[in-house]
Design a protein. Structure first.
Length: 700
């Protein structure tokens, strides 16, 4: 136990407060395991739980109005920090299934697979560096598994989807985190047909499967029975008989009573055969009248088991009947997102381990397959992702949902869901909050305990690491400042009652001095500015921002952010021109990015220029003036190769085009152009009943 932890625990006990469940790991550390996986960067569980920041959720927008109560959640941010916040929601009783039980009933994650990186150096150096990368990936995943376990309901289940590179290590990690006794299956998904990698010069066998590790939180977890269709070979072998008149296929099940009297089977004569039977004589007579008995050549009675009444084969741990998505033209459900998984796969997982009204969580949401299926199956859901492409792909997919698997059939209006920011905030929106809303967000932003109290007659708002916190009431007196005199007055009033540290939270412009803290006698008065990146001195980890992928390969990279920051809109200059496709005959709208400049948010606040900060371009070619509906996207690497220009089919341009340019930290530059501004003829309005038709082209 650290000195700060001792200080905090003493403070809690003196105040007569309840001890948070997370203290269990500090007060009662787990005993030494018989075996565990060791690597250099591995942290203690209690440190992971205690040191992770719980970033508050800032509501951006709610979609849909066709329901009350629980709203499903789509969260943009680092999933580790978000899960710390969700854990606090669970403790407060705000994270529930429809039946009222706390926690998440089912978790499915498809984390980045930590593929081999292209290291320079000798073979030994490459091997060493890959081991380091592997260890970092395992700890990245382990920290998230710890929080996922904490979020699970007592009867909950988790499925972790992996390829063959790290699965054997992750199995050991999951045994540590969830307990080996809670392991249920390693499900093998045959995701592709046989192929010859050897013919292309590879030295390994064809790789055709992924693994899904299935664990439960406790023995209270239930598994719903799922059946798959009988193979044709089974039908041909066992259902050989055809009933006259109905043409129903059946097999002949034994009507004799195995085990005889020991099993309590009745003993009587039937059709001249005296023996033990599976059914009573009355039931045999009933089956005979219904035509459900058949007889062998020797006259022994058998019961007919009809093929059309068979449930099929109980689900096994080998899944070879679900195909991987193969291109946008073959599957209406495809979004062109690089790591998208088929809906049928997630449907099987969700049906197996949840029921209607249960809460489903996907912490690596990607294109949104998990929650799309959960919505269709009437489950609640929470989706988290740190990629803007994922968020907009997910949003579009949910708002264009169909009733059948594969996104077919009639349109399905989803239950209300809310988009949140976590860790990257819109300060303008925060500034408009009423005082209590501002106070709550400010305290949560800096991980303060919300607890009003008075000291020397001064009303204070909470505690941070055992020290007092004051949220400056800037709304009461517009233009008021926190000056050196303010600090002097506080210090004089508080006297010896104040400790070594005191925190003042206020908008950055309310501070009349630039220092991060001011010392008075033995007390250090900290200025916690909003907006302001987290002060490194107060936390064990330096601030790191979310990073957006600049090419398709980076979508599968591990990303970890620490702390929070605020949206800074980039500067951009974009030109539009119509003409023929480069090297082709089709008419296109040519969009060229002439300028893009963005601040790299961090303590140093340095700027990036010359397009280096650009991560991707996204476009809605028929913007309705309300919701950005992603049609085309292009990563920065492709934009750079094409001299920062992209060509979009002119025939797809609607009344307005909305362009979104995203920098490497998720900040957005937005621009809307009408057809008239683009120099195009005014298109005819589409009938309201006609659905908005969109096309998706990968990499555009």
């Amino acid at each position: 136990m650290t000195p700060e932890q001792r200080e905090r625990l003493i403070e809690i006990l003196r105040a007569g407060q309840e001890i948070d469940p997370e203290w269990h790991h500090v007060l009662f550390p787990s005993g030494k395991r018989e075996y565990e996986l060791l690597y250099g960067c591995k942290e203690r569980e209690e440190e992971v739980l205690a040191d992770t920041m719980a970033v508050p959720l800032q509501r951006v927008r709610t979609f849909g109005r066709n329901g009350n109560g629980w709203h499903n959640m789509l969260i943009f941010g680092d999933n580790l920090q978000v899960m710390k916040t969700l854990r606090e929601m669970k403790i407060r009783g705000e994270l529930k299934n429809a039946d009222g039980t706390p926690g998440v009933r089912l978790i499915y994650i498809d984390p980045p697979f930590a593929t081999m990186q292209d290291f320079s150096g000798s073979q030994e150096q490459k091997a060493y560096q890959d081991k380091v990368a592997g260890a970092e990936f395992l700890e990245f995943l382990r920290k998230r598994l710890i929080f996922l376990r904490e979020l699970l309901a007592q009867d909950g289940a988790i499925y972790v989807h992996l390829d063959n590179r790290r699965a054997h290590y992750v199995k050991i990690i999951m045994d540590e985190v969830f307990g080996e006794h809670n392991y249920r299956n390693a499900i093998v998904w045959k995701r592709s047909d046989a192929h010859s990698d050897v013919a292309q010069g590879a030295t390994h066998l064809g790789r055709v499967y992924d693994t899904l590790f299935y664990y439960v939180r406790s023995d209270q977890a239930k598994l719903n029975p799922i059946y798959t269709p009988l193979p044709q070979s089974t039908i041909d072998k066992w259902y050989r008989h055809v009933e006259e008149g109905t043409n129903r296929r059946y097999n002949m099940g034994d009507a004799s009573g195995p085990g005889g009297a020991k099993k309590g089977n009745p003993y009587f004569e039937w059709k001249g055969k005296l023996r033990y039977w599976r059914f009573s004589k009355e039931r045999m007579e009933e089956l005979e009248r219904e035509g459900k008995l058949a007889y062998s050549s020797s006259g022994i009675a058998y019961i007919k088991r009809y093929l059309d009444e068979s449930k099929g084969v109980p689900l096994q741990d080998w899944w070879d009947d679900i195909a991987m998505l193969r291109g946008i033209h073959q599957h209406g459900e495809s979004t062109s997102y690089p790591t998208q998984k088929p809906e049928q796969l997630l449907e099987r997982v969700i049906l197996s381990s949840s029921n209607e009204g249960d809460l489903i969580l996907d912490a690596f949401a990607g294109s949104g397959t998990t929650c799309t299926v959960a919505e269709r199956l009437r489950r609640r859901w929470i989706a988290i992702d740190c990629g803007k492409l994922a968020i907009y792909t997910f949003q579009k997919r949910m708002l264009n949902l169909r009733k059948e698997t594969g996104n077919k059939g009639a349109k399905l209006n989803p239950k209300p869901f809310t988009l949140y920011n976590a860790g990257l905030y819109d300060f303008g929106t925060l500034r408009e909050l009423p005082w209590e809303g501002w106070r709550f967000f400010a305290l949560n932003l800096f991980q303060c305990r919300d607890e009003k109290h008075r000291l020397a007659g001064i009303e204070l708002d909470g505690y941070l690491k055992g020290a007092d916190v004051l949220v400056f009431k800037h709304l009461e007196a517009p233009g008021a400042k926190v000056t050196y005199d303010t600090i002097d007055d506080l210090h004089q009033a508080l006297g010896k009652r104040v400790g070594r540290r005191f925190f003042v939270i206020a908008p950055a412009l309310c501070f009349a001095f630039q220092e991060d803290y001011v010392d008075r006698d033995k007390t250090r008065y900290y200025a916690l500015r909003i907006p302001y990146s987290i002060i490194n001195e107060l936390h064990r980890r330096d601030f790191t921002a979310i990073r957006q992928p600049v090419d398709e390969d980076e979508v599968n990279d591990t990303v970890e952010a620490v702390g929070f920051d605020f949206i800074r809109t980039p500067e951009a200059k974009v030109t539009y021109q119509t003409g023929r496709q480069t090297g082709g005959l089709f008419q296109v709208l040519r969009i060229k990015i002439a300028k893009f400049k963005s601040e790299v948010i961090g303590r140093a606040g340095r700027e990036m220029d010359d397009m280096d900060a650009l991560a991707m371009l996204m476009a809605d070619l028929d913007y309705d003036g309300d919701v950005f509906d992603l049609d085309h996207f292009c990563y920065a690497d492709q934009l750079k190769a094409d001299k920062f220009a992209v060509e979009l089919p002119l025939e797809e341009i609607g009344q307005r085009v909305m362009l979104v340019l995203v920098d490497i930290h998720g900040n957005e530059y937005r621009e809307v152009k009408t057809r008239q501004e683009l120099g195009l003829a005014i298109a005819e309005e589409k009938p309201e009943e006609e659905p908005k038709k969109k096309s998706r082209k990968k990499g555009q």
